[in-house]
Design a protein around this ligand. Structure first.
Ligand code: HEC
Ligand code: HEC
Ligand code: HEC
Ligand code: HEC
Ligand code: HEC
Length: 385
Protein backbone atom coordinates (compact mmCIF):
# COMPACT_ATOMS: atom_id res chain seq x y z
CA UNK A 1 0.00 0.00 0.00
CA UNK A 2 2.72 2.36 1.04
CA UNK A 3 4.64 1.61 -2.19
CA UNK A 4 1.60 2.37 -4.32
CA UNK A 5 1.07 5.62 -2.48
CA UNK A 6 4.66 6.69 -3.05
CA UNK A 7 4.71 5.82 -6.69
CA UNK A 8 1.49 7.76 -7.22
CA UNK A 9 3.01 10.72 -5.47
CA UNK A 10 6.09 10.42 -7.63
CA UNK A 11 4.02 10.44 -10.81
CA UNK A 12 2.10 13.46 -9.55
CA UNK A 13 5.36 15.21 -8.75
CA UNK A 14 6.83 14.42 -12.16
CA UNK A 15 3.74 15.70 -13.92
CA UNK A 16 3.66 18.97 -12.06
CA UNK A 17 7.41 19.42 -12.51
CA UNK A 18 7.01 18.89 -16.22
CA UNK A 19 4.04 21.23 -16.41
CA UNK A 20 6.08 23.83 -14.57
CA UNK A 21 8.92 23.37 -16.97
CA UNK A 22 6.57 23.63 -19.92
CA UNK A 23 4.81 26.84 -18.91
CA UNK A 24 5.78 29.95 -20.90
CA UNK A 25 5.97 31.80 -17.61
CA UNK A 26 9.19 30.04 -16.61
CA UNK A 27 10.85 31.26 -19.80
CA UNK A 28 9.93 34.83 -18.90
CA UNK A 29 12.66 35.02 -16.25
CA UNK A 30 15.51 34.77 -18.76
CA UNK A 31 13.76 35.73 -22.01
CA UNK A 32 11.56 38.67 -20.88
CA UNK A 33 11.45 40.54 -24.20
CA UNK A 34 10.45 37.48 -26.20
CA UNK A 35 7.91 36.55 -23.53
CA UNK A 36 6.32 40.00 -23.74
CA UNK A 37 6.04 39.86 -27.53
CA UNK A 38 4.64 36.34 -27.46
CA UNK A 39 2.12 37.33 -24.80
CA UNK A 40 0.58 39.88 -27.18
CA UNK A 41 0.58 37.49 -30.16
CA UNK A 42 -2.29 35.53 -31.68
CA UNK A 43 -0.38 32.35 -30.82
CA UNK A 44 -0.69 33.06 -27.12
CA UNK A 45 -4.34 34.05 -27.68
CA UNK A 46 -5.33 31.01 -29.76
CA UNK A 47 -7.80 29.51 -27.24
CA UNK A 48 -11.56 30.10 -27.11
CA UNK A 49 -10.92 32.18 -23.97
CA UNK A 50 -8.78 34.77 -25.76
CA UNK A 51 -9.95 34.66 -29.36
CA UNK A 52 -13.58 35.66 -29.85
CA UNK A 53 -13.52 34.54 -33.50
CA UNK A 54 -12.26 31.06 -32.67
CA UNK A 55 -14.85 30.83 -29.89
CA UNK A 56 -17.71 31.93 -32.17
CA UNK A 57 -16.87 29.24 -34.74
CA UNK A 58 -16.35 26.60 -32.04
CA UNK A 59 -19.73 27.46 -30.49
CA UNK A 60 -21.44 26.60 -33.79
CA UNK A 61 -19.27 23.54 -34.50
CA UNK A 62 -21.02 20.11 -34.29
CA UNK A 63 -18.06 18.74 -32.28
CA UNK A 64 -18.93 21.09 -29.44
CA UNK A 65 -22.07 19.10 -28.63
CA UNK A 66 -19.89 15.99 -28.43
CA UNK A 67 -17.38 17.80 -26.20
CA UNK A 68 -14.58 16.95 -28.59
CA UNK A 69 -12.27 19.94 -28.76
CA UNK A 70 -10.10 18.58 -31.57
CA UNK A 71 -8.96 22.14 -32.23
CA UNK A 72 -6.55 21.63 -29.28
CA UNK A 73 -4.10 19.88 -31.60
CA UNK A 74 -3.13 23.27 -33.05
CA UNK A 75 -4.81 25.93 -30.90
CA UNK A 76 -3.81 24.70 -27.40
CA UNK A 77 -1.35 21.82 -27.97
CA UNK A 78 0.02 22.08 -24.44
CA UNK A 79 -3.26 21.20 -22.74
CA UNK A 80 -2.26 17.64 -21.82
CA UNK A 81 -5.68 16.81 -20.36
CA UNK A 82 -7.48 17.42 -23.66
CA UNK A 83 -4.79 15.92 -25.90
CA UNK A 84 -4.69 12.70 -23.81
CA UNK A 85 -8.50 12.43 -23.70
CA UNK A 86 -8.71 12.79 -27.49
CA UNK A 87 -6.00 10.17 -28.00
CA UNK A 88 -8.06 7.78 -25.87
CA UNK A 89 -11.20 8.66 -27.85
CA UNK A 90 -12.74 10.29 -24.80
CA UNK A 91 -14.52 13.60 -24.77
CA UNK A 92 -12.89 16.77 -23.53
CA UNK A 93 -14.14 20.32 -23.51
CA UNK A 94 -11.81 23.26 -22.94
CA UNK A 95 -11.73 24.55 -19.36
CA UNK A 96 -10.04 27.78 -18.45
CA UNK A 97 -6.61 26.87 -17.13
CA UNK A 98 -2.99 27.84 -17.65
CA UNK A 99 -2.46 25.69 -20.75
CA UNK A 100 -5.49 27.32 -22.39
CA UNK A 101 -4.32 30.80 -21.42
CA UNK A 102 -0.90 30.12 -22.96
CA UNK A 103 -2.34 28.88 -26.27
CA UNK A 104 0.46 27.99 -28.67
CA UNK A 105 3.08 28.30 -25.93
CA UNK A 106 6.89 28.54 -26.11
CA UNK A 107 7.45 24.79 -25.93
CA UNK A 108 4.61 24.10 -28.40
CA UNK A 109 7.15 25.21 -31.03
CA UNK A 110 10.53 24.70 -29.39
CA UNK A 111 9.81 21.00 -28.62
CA UNK A 112 8.92 20.13 -32.25
CA UNK A 113 11.37 17.53 -33.51
CA UNK A 114 9.84 16.93 -36.93
CA UNK A 115 6.63 17.15 -38.93
CA UNK A 116 4.63 14.11 -39.93
CA UNK A 117 2.51 14.49 -43.04
CA UNK A 118 -1.14 13.46 -43.12
CA UNK A 119 -4.05 14.02 -45.47
CA UNK A 120 -6.33 15.62 -42.87
CA UNK A 121 -3.69 17.79 -41.25
CA UNK A 122 -0.03 17.36 -40.41
CA UNK A 123 1.16 16.39 -36.95
CA UNK A 124 4.00 17.81 -34.86
CA UNK A 125 6.30 15.13 -33.49
CA UNK A 126 7.50 16.27 -30.09
CA UNK A 127 10.88 15.39 -28.57
CA UNK A 128 10.81 12.79 -25.79
CA UNK A 129 13.50 14.72 -23.95
CA UNK A 130 11.27 17.57 -22.83
CA UNK A 131 14.21 19.48 -21.37
CA UNK A 132 15.66 19.80 -24.85
CA UNK A 133 14.67 22.82 -26.90
CA UNK A 134 15.34 23.29 -30.62
CA UNK A 135 16.48 26.55 -32.13
CA UNK A 136 18.48 28.03 -34.96
CA UNK A 137 21.98 29.50 -34.74
CA UNK A 138 24.11 29.37 -37.88
CA UNK A 139 27.41 29.43 -35.99
CA UNK A 140 26.48 26.38 -33.88
CA UNK A 141 24.56 24.33 -36.38
CA UNK A 142 26.46 21.14 -35.46
CA UNK A 143 25.59 21.42 -31.78
CA UNK A 144 22.98 18.74 -31.03
CA UNK A 145 22.90 18.89 -27.26
CA UNK A 146 24.27 22.08 -25.79
CA UNK A 147 24.46 21.81 -22.02
CA UNK A 148 25.24 24.43 -19.42
CA UNK A 149 28.96 24.82 -18.79
CA UNK A 150 31.03 27.12 -16.67
CA UNK A 151 34.73 27.47 -17.28
CA UNK A 152 36.93 29.30 -14.81
CA UNK A 153 40.14 30.77 -16.12
CA UNK A 154 43.52 29.76 -14.72
CA UNK A 155 43.70 32.41 -12.03
CA UNK A 156 40.08 32.04 -11.08
CA UNK A 157 39.22 35.62 -11.95
CA UNK A 158 36.92 35.14 -14.91
CA UNK A 159 34.16 32.58 -15.16
CA UNK A 160 32.91 31.91 -18.64
CA UNK A 161 29.42 30.52 -18.97
CA UNK A 162 27.85 28.92 -21.98
CA UNK A 163 24.52 27.22 -22.58
CA UNK A 164 21.40 27.70 -20.53
CA UNK A 165 21.25 26.77 -16.85
CA UNK A 166 17.64 25.73 -17.38
CA UNK A 167 17.48 23.66 -20.56
CA UNK A 168 19.53 21.92 -23.22
CA UNK A 169 19.57 23.21 -26.80
CA UNK A 170 19.72 21.42 -30.14
CA UNK A 171 20.82 23.79 -32.91
CA UNK A 172 20.95 21.10 -35.60
CA UNK A 173 17.25 20.81 -36.49
CA UNK A 174 16.88 21.97 -40.11
CA UNK A 175 13.16 22.84 -39.72
CA UNK A 176 14.12 25.77 -37.47
CA UNK A 177 16.20 27.22 -40.33
CA UNK A 178 13.88 26.70 -43.31
CA UNK A 179 10.59 27.46 -41.58
CA UNK A 180 9.10 24.00 -42.00
CA UNK A 181 8.57 23.94 -38.22
CA UNK A 182 5.42 25.99 -38.91
CA UNK A 183 3.91 23.43 -41.28
CA UNK A 184 2.68 21.01 -38.60
CA UNK A 185 -0.16 23.41 -37.85
CA UNK A 186 -0.22 25.76 -40.84
CA UNK A 187 0.00 23.48 -43.89
CA UNK A 188 -3.63 22.45 -44.50
CA UNK A 189 -6.81 21.30 -42.82
CA UNK A 190 -9.19 18.91 -44.50
CA UNK A 191 -12.79 18.37 -43.36
CA UNK A 192 -14.84 15.13 -43.34
CA UNK A 193 -15.85 15.77 -46.98
CA UNK A 194 -12.23 15.82 -48.12
CA UNK A 195 -12.27 19.55 -48.75
CA UNK A 196 -9.15 21.48 -47.74
CA UNK A 197 -10.80 24.19 -45.68
CA UNK A 198 -7.48 25.97 -45.21
CA UNK A 199 -4.60 25.47 -47.54
CA UNK A 200 -1.17 27.03 -47.44
CA UNK A 201 -0.03 25.52 -50.74
CA UNK A 202 3.53 25.64 -49.59
CA UNK A 203 6.00 22.80 -49.29
CA UNK A 204 9.63 22.15 -48.47
CA UNK A 205 10.72 23.30 -51.89
CA UNK A 206 9.04 26.74 -51.69
CA UNK A 207 10.81 27.39 -48.40
CA UNK A 208 14.46 28.41 -48.47
CA UNK A 209 16.75 29.50 -45.67
CA UNK A 210 16.74 32.97 -47.23
CA UNK A 211 12.97 33.38 -47.41
CA UNK A 212 10.46 31.44 -45.37
CA UNK A 213 7.76 31.79 -42.68
CA UNK A 214 10.39 32.82 -40.12
CA UNK A 215 12.11 35.53 -42.16
CA UNK A 216 8.77 37.23 -42.98
CA UNK A 217 6.74 36.65 -39.81
CA UNK A 218 9.57 36.77 -37.26
CA UNK A 219 11.78 39.61 -38.54
CA UNK A 220 14.92 40.49 -36.58
CA UNK A 221 14.18 43.35 -34.15
CA UNK A 222 16.21 45.28 -31.56
CA UNK A 223 16.86 43.86 -28.10
CA UNK A 224 18.58 40.93 -26.44
CA UNK A 225 17.08 37.45 -26.75
CA UNK A 226 18.03 36.73 -23.15
CA UNK A 227 19.06 38.56 -19.98
CA UNK A 228 21.92 36.13 -19.34
CA UNK A 229 23.44 35.85 -22.78
CA UNK A 230 23.43 39.20 -24.61
CA UNK A 231 22.54 39.89 -28.24
CA UNK A 232 21.72 43.09 -30.16
CA UNK A 233 18.81 41.59 -32.08
CA UNK A 234 16.29 38.81 -31.67
CA UNK A 235 13.52 37.19 -33.70
CA UNK A 236 10.22 39.02 -33.22
CA UNK A 237 7.87 36.69 -31.33
CA UNK A 238 4.70 38.76 -31.75
CA UNK A 239 4.24 37.00 -35.12
CA UNK A 240 3.19 39.68 -37.60
CA UNK A 241 -0.15 38.79 -39.17
CA UNK A 242 -3.67 39.79 -40.11
CA UNK A 243 -4.63 40.61 -36.55
CA UNK A 244 -1.37 41.51 -34.80
CA UNK A 245 1.06 44.06 -36.31
CA UNK A 246 0.04 43.72 -39.99
CA UNK A 247 1.90 47.00 -40.67
CA UNK A 248 5.17 45.08 -40.26
CA UNK A 249 4.27 43.09 -43.41
CA UNK A 250 3.45 46.06 -45.63
CA UNK A 251 6.61 45.75 -47.73
CA UNK A 252 5.42 42.40 -49.10
CA UNK A 253 2.61 44.04 -51.09
CA UNK A 254 3.30 46.50 -53.89
CA UNK A 255 0.66 48.79 -55.36
CA UNK A 256 1.27 50.19 -58.85
CA UNK A 257 -0.72 52.49 -61.12
CA UNK A 258 -1.00 52.96 -64.87
CA UNK A 259 -3.11 55.32 -66.94
CA UNK A 260 -4.70 53.56 -69.88
CA UNK A 261 -6.40 54.55 -73.10
CA UNK A 262 -9.70 54.20 -71.34
CA UNK A 263 -9.54 54.52 -67.57
CA UNK A 264 -6.59 53.17 -65.63
CA UNK A 265 -5.33 50.08 -63.86
CA UNK A 266 -4.02 49.33 -60.39
CA UNK A 267 -1.40 46.59 -60.09
CA UNK A 268 -1.18 44.51 -56.94
CA UNK A 269 1.93 42.39 -56.40
CA UNK A 270 1.85 39.85 -53.59
CA UNK A 271 5.41 38.97 -52.56
CA UNK A 272 4.25 36.43 -49.96
CA UNK A 273 4.93 32.78 -50.73
CA UNK A 274 1.27 31.99 -50.05
CA UNK A 275 -2.10 33.52 -50.94
CA UNK A 276 -2.76 36.95 -49.47
CA UNK A 277 -5.08 35.88 -46.63
CA UNK A 278 -5.65 32.22 -45.98
CA UNK A 279 -8.58 31.92 -43.60
CA UNK A 280 -11.90 31.51 -45.48
CA UNK A 281 -13.46 33.94 -42.97
CA UNK A 282 -11.50 36.89 -44.34
CA UNK A 283 -12.44 39.40 -47.04
CA UNK A 284 -9.75 41.57 -48.65
CA UNK A 285 -10.75 44.69 -50.55
CA UNK A 286 -9.27 47.21 -52.97
CA UNK A 287 -10.77 50.70 -52.61
CA UNK A 288 -10.06 53.50 -55.04
CA UNK A 289 -11.06 57.14 -54.60
CA UNK A 290 -10.46 59.97 -57.07
CA UNK A 291 -9.76 63.32 -55.49
CA UNK A 292 -10.78 65.96 -58.02
CA UNK A 293 -11.01 69.69 -57.36
CA UNK A 294 -11.89 69.29 -53.69
CA UNK A 295 -14.38 66.49 -54.38
CA UNK A 296 -14.07 62.77 -53.71
CA UNK A 297 -15.35 60.22 -56.22
CA UNK A 298 -15.53 56.74 -54.73
CA UNK A 299 -15.27 53.87 -57.21
CA UNK A 300 -16.86 50.48 -56.69
CA UNK A 301 -14.56 48.37 -54.46
CA UNK A 302 -13.10 45.05 -55.67
CA UNK A 303 -13.32 42.03 -53.38
CA UNK A 304 -10.78 39.25 -52.87
CA UNK A 305 -12.22 36.15 -51.25
CA UNK A 306 -12.05 32.40 -51.03
CA UNK A 307 -15.59 31.15 -50.47
CA UNK A 308 -16.26 27.54 -49.53
CA UNK A 309 -19.71 25.94 -49.72
CA UNK A 310 -22.08 23.19 -50.73
CA UNK A 311 -24.66 22.99 -53.53
CA UNK A 312 -23.42 26.33 -54.89
CA UNK A 313 -24.21 28.13 -51.63
CA UNK A 314 -21.72 29.29 -48.97
CA UNK A 315 -21.51 26.85 -46.07
CA UNK A 316 -19.54 26.54 -42.81
CA UNK A 317 -16.21 24.64 -42.86
CA UNK A 318 -17.67 21.38 -41.49
CA UNK A 319 -20.40 21.30 -44.17
CA UNK A 320 -18.55 22.65 -47.22
CA UNK A 321 -17.71 20.27 -50.07
CA UNK A 322 -16.26 22.67 -52.64
CA UNK A 323 -14.54 25.99 -53.27
CA UNK A 324 -17.20 28.23 -54.82
CA UNK A 325 -14.94 31.13 -55.62
CA UNK A 326 -11.31 32.04 -55.13
CA UNK A 327 -10.19 35.53 -56.05
CA UNK A 328 -7.53 35.98 -53.33
CA UNK A 329 -4.16 37.13 -54.64
CA UNK A 330 -2.12 33.95 -55.01
CA UNK A 331 1.49 33.35 -53.97
CA UNK A 332 3.85 35.78 -55.79
CA UNK A 333 0.99 36.85 -58.07
CA UNK A 334 0.89 40.16 -59.87
CA UNK A 335 -2.63 41.23 -60.84
CA UNK A 336 -3.80 44.18 -62.92
CA UNK A 337 -7.21 45.51 -61.95
CA UNK A 338 -8.88 47.72 -64.51
CA UNK A 339 -11.10 50.70 -63.70
CA UNK A 340 -13.21 52.35 -66.41
CA UNK A 341 -13.39 55.78 -64.76
CA UNK A 342 -11.84 58.49 -66.91
CA UNK A 343 -9.06 60.49 -65.33
CA UNK A 344 -8.49 64.20 -65.59
CA UNK A 345 -5.27 66.09 -65.29
CA UNK A 346 -4.75 67.11 -61.65
CA UNK A 347 -6.63 64.12 -60.25
CA UNK A 348 -5.20 62.37 -57.25
CA UNK A 349 -5.88 58.61 -57.21
CA UNK A 350 -5.96 57.26 -53.66
CA UNK A 351 -5.62 53.48 -53.49
CA UNK A 352 -6.35 51.52 -50.32
CA UNK A 353 -5.80 47.80 -49.94
CA UNK A 354 -7.07 46.24 -46.73
CA UNK A 355 -9.41 43.67 -45.29
CA UNK A 356 -12.15 42.63 -42.95
CA UNK A 357 -10.82 40.07 -40.47
CA UNK A 358 -14.31 38.56 -40.61
CA UNK A 359 -16.29 38.92 -43.83
CA UNK A 360 -19.26 41.16 -42.81
CA UNK A 361 -21.73 38.53 -44.07
CA UNK A 362 -20.19 35.84 -41.87
CA UNK A 363 -19.80 38.31 -38.98
CA UNK A 364 -23.57 38.75 -38.89
CA UNK A 365 -24.19 35.00 -38.76
CA UNK A 366 -21.54 34.50 -36.08
CA UNK A 367 -22.64 37.52 -34.09
CA UNK A 368 -19.14 38.98 -34.35
CA UNK A 369 -20.17 42.53 -35.07
CA UNK A 370 -17.08 43.96 -33.33
CA UNK A 371 -15.02 42.72 -36.32
CA UNK A 372 -16.91 44.52 -39.07
CA UNK A 373 -14.37 47.33 -39.36
CA UNK A 374 -12.26 47.64 -42.54
CA UNK A 375 -8.56 47.42 -41.69
CA UNK A 376 -6.28 49.41 -43.97
CA UNK A 377 -3.16 47.39 -44.88
CA UNK A 378 -1.49 49.75 -47.35
CA UNK A 379 -2.17 53.11 -49.00
CA UNK A 380 -0.63 54.62 -52.14
CA UNK A 381 -1.41 57.96 -53.82
CA UNK A 382 -0.85 58.71 -57.50
CA UNK A 383 -1.03 62.10 -59.23
CA UNK A 384 -2.36 62.39 -62.76
CA UNK A 385 -0.34 64.85 -64.87
C1 HEC B 1 -4.24 21.50 -38.10
C2 HEC B 1 -4.23 22.58 -37.16
C3 HEC B 1 -5.54 23.23 -36.77
C4 HEC B 1 -6.65 22.62 -36.24
C5 HEC B 1 -6.85 21.15 -35.92
C6 HEC B 1 -7.61 23.69 -36.04
N1 HEC B 1 -7.09 24.90 -36.43
FE1 HEC B 1 -8.04 26.69 -36.41
N2 HEC B 1 -6.36 27.60 -37.10
C7 HEC B 1 -5.19 26.95 -37.40
C8 HEC B 1 -4.23 27.91 -37.89
C9 HEC B 1 -2.81 27.59 -38.31
C10 HEC B 1 -4.87 29.17 -37.89
C11 HEC B 1 -4.32 30.49 -38.37
C12 HEC B 1 -4.56 30.52 -39.86
C13 HEC B 1 -4.77 31.84 -40.45
O1 HEC B 1 -4.91 32.84 -39.75
O2 HEC B 1 -4.81 31.82 -41.69
C14 HEC B 1 -6.23 28.92 -37.40
C15 HEC B 1 -7.20 29.90 -37.29
C16 HEC B 1 -8.51 29.66 -36.95
C17 HEC B 1 -9.56 30.66 -36.95
C18 HEC B 1 -9.39 32.12 -37.27
C19 HEC B 1 -8.98 32.82 -36.01
C20 HEC B 1 -9.00 34.31 -36.04
O3 HEC B 1 -8.63 34.90 -35.01
O4 HEC B 1 -9.39 34.92 -37.03
C21 HEC B 1 -10.70 30.03 -36.54
C22 HEC B 1 -12.08 30.65 -36.39
C23 HEC B 1 -10.38 28.65 -36.28
N3 HEC B 1 -9.04 28.45 -36.55
C24 HEC B 1 -11.28 27.70 -35.82
C25 HEC B 1 -10.95 26.38 -35.53
C26 HEC B 1 -11.84 25.46 -34.90
C27 HEC B 1 -13.26 25.77 -34.42
C28 HEC B 1 -11.16 24.27 -34.80
C29 HEC B 1 -11.64 22.94 -34.22
C30 HEC B 1 -12.93 22.46 -34.63
C31 HEC B 1 -9.85 24.47 -35.39
N4 HEC B 1 -9.75 25.78 -35.80
C32 HEC B 1 -8.89 23.49 -35.52
C33 HEC B 1 -4.91 25.61 -37.27
C34 HEC B 1 -5.82 24.66 -36.86
C1 HEC C 1 5.10 29.64 -33.23
C2 HEC C 1 6.38 29.07 -32.85
C3 HEC C 1 7.17 29.70 -31.73
C4 HEC C 1 6.72 30.09 -30.50
C5 HEC C 1 5.30 30.03 -29.96
C6 HEC C 1 7.87 30.56 -29.78
N1 HEC C 1 8.98 30.50 -30.57
FE1 HEC C 1 10.88 31.04 -30.06
N2 HEC C 1 11.49 30.74 -31.97
C7 HEC C 1 10.76 30.09 -32.94
C8 HEC C 1 11.59 29.89 -34.10
C9 HEC C 1 11.16 29.22 -35.40
C10 HEC C 1 12.86 30.42 -33.79
C11 HEC C 1 14.12 30.35 -34.64
C12 HEC C 1 14.36 31.61 -35.38
C13 HEC C 1 15.80 31.76 -35.77
O1 HEC C 1 16.62 31.86 -34.86
O2 HEC C 1 16.09 31.80 -36.95
C14 HEC C 1 12.76 30.96 -32.45
C15 HEC C 1 13.81 31.57 -31.75
C16 HEC C 1 13.83 31.74 -30.37
C17 HEC C 1 14.97 32.17 -29.61
C18 HEC C 1 16.33 32.40 -30.22
C19 HEC C 1 16.87 33.77 -30.23
C20 HEC C 1 16.29 34.80 -31.11
O3 HEC C 1 17.01 35.34 -31.94
O4 HEC C 1 15.09 35.13 -30.97
C21 HEC C 1 14.59 32.20 -28.30
C22 HEC C 1 15.45 32.57 -27.09
C23 HEC C 1 13.20 31.84 -28.23
N3 HEC C 1 12.76 31.57 -29.52
C24 HEC C 1 12.45 31.75 -27.08
C25 HEC C 1 11.06 31.63 -27.07
C26 HEC C 1 10.24 31.85 -25.90
C27 HEC C 1 10.74 32.19 -24.53
C28 HEC C 1 8.94 31.69 -26.29
C29 HEC C 1 7.67 31.89 -25.49
C30 HEC C 1 7.54 33.14 -24.75
C31 HEC C 1 8.96 31.32 -27.71
N4 HEC C 1 10.25 31.33 -28.13
C32 HEC C 1 7.83 31.04 -28.47
C33 HEC C 1 9.45 29.72 -32.86
C34 HEC C 1 8.60 29.96 -31.77
C1 HEC D 1 17.53 30.40 -16.14
C2 HEC D 1 17.46 31.11 -17.40
C3 HEC D 1 16.68 30.51 -18.56
C4 HEC D 1 15.39 30.02 -18.55
C5 HEC D 1 14.44 29.88 -17.38
C6 HEC D 1 15.10 29.67 -19.92
N1 HEC D 1 16.18 29.95 -20.72
FE1 HEC D 1 16.30 29.70 -22.72
N2 HEC D 1 18.25 30.27 -22.71
C7 HEC D 1 18.91 30.77 -21.61
C8 HEC D 1 20.28 31.13 -21.99
C9 HEC D 1 21.34 31.73 -21.08
C10 HEC D 1 20.39 30.84 -23.38
C11 HEC D 1 21.63 31.04 -24.26
C12 HEC D 1 22.53 29.85 -24.23
C13 HEC D 1 23.76 30.04 -25.08
O1 HEC D 1 23.81 31.00 -25.85
O2 HEC D 1 24.65 29.22 -24.99
C14 HEC D 1 19.10 30.31 -23.79
C15 HEC D 1 18.82 29.91 -25.07
C16 HEC D 1 17.54 29.57 -25.51
C17 HEC D 1 17.21 29.26 -26.88
C18 HEC D 1 18.16 29.22 -28.05
C19 HEC D 1 18.64 30.56 -28.42
C20 HEC D 1 19.26 30.72 -29.77
O3 HEC D 1 20.24 31.43 -29.88
O4 HEC D 1 18.72 30.19 -30.75
C21 HEC D 1 15.86 28.99 -26.91
C22 HEC D 1 15.02 28.64 -28.11
C23 HEC D 1 15.37 29.13 -25.56
N3 HEC D 1 16.41 29.48 -24.73
C24 HEC D 1 14.06 28.94 -25.20
C25 HEC D 1 13.61 28.90 -23.88
C26 HEC D 1 12.28 28.49 -23.50
C27 HEC D 1 11.18 28.10 -24.47
C28 HEC D 1 12.22 28.53 -22.14
C29 HEC D 1 11.06 28.15 -21.25
C30 HEC D 1 10.58 26.78 -21.39
C31 HEC D 1 13.52 28.97 -21.67
N4 HEC D 1 14.34 29.17 -22.76
C32 HEC D 1 13.89 29.16 -20.33
C33 HEC D 1 18.41 30.88 -20.34
C34 HEC D 1 17.16 30.46 -19.93
C1 HEC E 1 1.16 24.35 -32.62
C2 HEC E 1 0.55 24.92 -33.81
C3 HEC E 1 1.22 26.10 -34.47
C4 HEC E 1 2.54 26.23 -34.87
C5 HEC E 1 3.67 25.23 -34.71
C6 HEC E 1 2.64 27.52 -35.51
N1 HEC E 1 1.42 28.16 -35.50
FE1 HEC E 1 1.01 30.01 -36.23
N2 HEC E 1 -0.91 29.88 -35.58
C7 HEC E 1 -1.47 28.76 -34.98
C8 HEC E 1 -2.85 29.03 -34.66
C9 HEC E 1 -3.84 28.06 -34.00
C10 HEC E 1 -3.12 30.35 -35.07
C11 HEC E 1 -4.43 31.11 -34.96
C12 HEC E 1 -4.55 31.74 -33.64
C13 HEC E 1 -5.86 32.50 -33.49
O1 HEC E 1 -5.97 33.61 -34.02
O2 HEC E 1 -6.77 31.96 -32.86
C14 HEC E 1 -1.87 30.85 -35.65
C15 HEC E 1 -1.73 32.12 -36.19
C16 HEC E 1 -0.60 32.57 -36.85
C17 HEC E 1 -0.47 33.83 -37.54
C18 HEC E 1 -1.55 34.90 -37.66
C19 HEC E 1 -1.28 36.01 -36.69
C20 HEC E 1 -2.21 37.20 -36.80
O3 HEC E 1 -1.98 38.18 -36.06
O4 HEC E 1 -3.13 37.21 -37.61
C21 HEC E 1 0.78 33.86 -38.08
C22 HEC E 1 1.37 34.98 -38.91
C23 HEC E 1 1.44 32.63 -37.74
N3 HEC E 1 0.58 31.87 -36.98
C24 HEC E 1 2.73 32.31 -38.12
C25 HEC E 1 3.41 31.17 -37.68
C26 HEC E 1 4.79 30.89 -37.98
C27 HEC E 1 5.69 31.79 -38.78
C28 HEC E 1 5.09 29.69 -37.41
C29 HEC E 1 6.40 28.96 -37.41
C30 HEC E 1 7.56 29.67 -36.87
C31 HEC E 1 3.89 29.21 -36.75
N4 HEC E 1 2.90 30.13 -36.94
C32 HEC E 1 3.81 28.02 -36.05
C33 HEC E 1 -0.82 27.56 -34.70
C34 HEC E 1 0.52 27.32 -34.89
C1 HEC F 1 7.65 36.76 -48.34
C2 HEC F 1 7.02 36.92 -47.07
C3 HEC F 1 6.13 35.83 -46.50
C4 HEC F 1 6.44 34.50 -46.35
C5 HEC F 1 7.67 33.74 -46.84
C6 HEC F 1 5.33 33.92 -45.62
N1 HEC F 1 4.38 34.88 -45.35
FE1 HEC F 1 2.67 34.62 -44.30
N2 HEC F 1 2.04 36.50 -44.79
C7 HEC F 1 2.79 37.40 -45.51
C8 HEC F 1 1.94 38.53 -45.84
C9 HEC F 1 2.35 39.76 -46.64
C10 HEC F 1 0.65 38.25 -45.27
C11 HEC F 1 -0.62 39.09 -45.42
C12 HEC F 1 -0.67 40.23 -44.57
C13 HEC F 1 -1.49 40.09 -43.38
O1 HEC F 1 -2.01 39.03 -43.07
O2 HEC F 1 -1.68 41.13 -42.70
C14 HEC F 1 0.77 36.99 -44.59
C15 HEC F 1 -0.25 36.40 -43.87
C16 HEC F 1 -0.11 35.22 -43.15
C17 HEC F 1 -1.09 34.67 -42.24
C18 HEC F 1 -2.45 35.25 -41.94
C19 HEC F 1 -3.44 34.79 -42.98
C20 HEC F 1 -4.88 35.07 -42.63
O3 HEC F 1 -5.76 34.73 -43.44
O4 HEC F 1 -5.15 35.60 -41.58
C21 HEC F 1 -0.57 33.50 -41.73
C22 HEC F 1 -1.24 32.56 -40.77
C23 HEC F 1 0.74 33.32 -42.33
N3 HEC F 1 0.99 34.38 -43.18
C24 HEC F 1 1.59 32.27 -42.06
C25 HEC F 1 2.73 31.97 -42.81
C26 HEC F 1 3.47 30.72 -42.72
C27 HEC F 1 3.15 29.59 -41.77
C28 HEC F 1 4.47 30.78 -43.64
C29 HEC F 1 5.47 29.71 -44.04
C30 HEC F 1 4.90 28.47 -44.51
C31 HEC F 1 4.38 32.10 -44.27
N4 HEC F 1 3.30 32.77 -43.76
C32 HEC F 1 5.28 32.59 -45.23
C33 HEC F 1 4.11 37.26 -45.89
C34 HEC F 1 4.82 36.06 -45.89
Amino acid sequence: MRIVFWSLLLVAFNLSALEKFQSSQVCQKCHPLIYKEHFASQHRKASIFDDAIHKAVWDKHPLKKKNKYTCAKCHTPNDARIITALQNKKSAAPMQNKAQEEGVSCVSCHNIKSIQKHEKSNTNLITTNKKLLYSARESEKNEKDKKYKTKTSLFGFVTQKSGSPFHEIDFSNEIFYNGNVCLGCHSHKENAHKLQVCKMDINETTQSEKENCITCHMPLVQGSFSTISQSKMHRYHGFTGTIHKPQMLKKYLDIGFKKEQKGFSVTLTNHASHAFLLQPLRLAQLRVTLHRAGKKITLKPKNFVRIIGKDKKPAPPWVATEVLKNTQLQAKEQRHIHFDADLQSGDEVVVHFGYYVVNPKAAKKLNLTEFTEFKLFKEERFYVK
